[in-house]
Design a protein around this ligand. Sequence first.
Ligand SMILES: [Zn+2]
Ligand SMILES: [Zn+2]
Length: 57
Amino acid sequence: MALLMKPECEKCHQTLPVDAVAFICSYECTFCDGCSLEMKNICPNCSGELLRRPRRK
Ligand SMILES: [Zn+2]
Ligand SMILES: [Zn+2]
């Protein structure tokens, strides 16, 4: 099962290319580096832990 690669941060709507640093929770809410840091790696939608998204080449 492939991860759904969302193209932008759900908080600030910054574009997140597949090779950019991004953070996701287990429900695939996606956030940029800056927002994730600001939220202390806790997803505001589901309170899940945000983990670094693996990069796809
Ligand atoms: Zn953001
Ligand atoms: Zn979430």
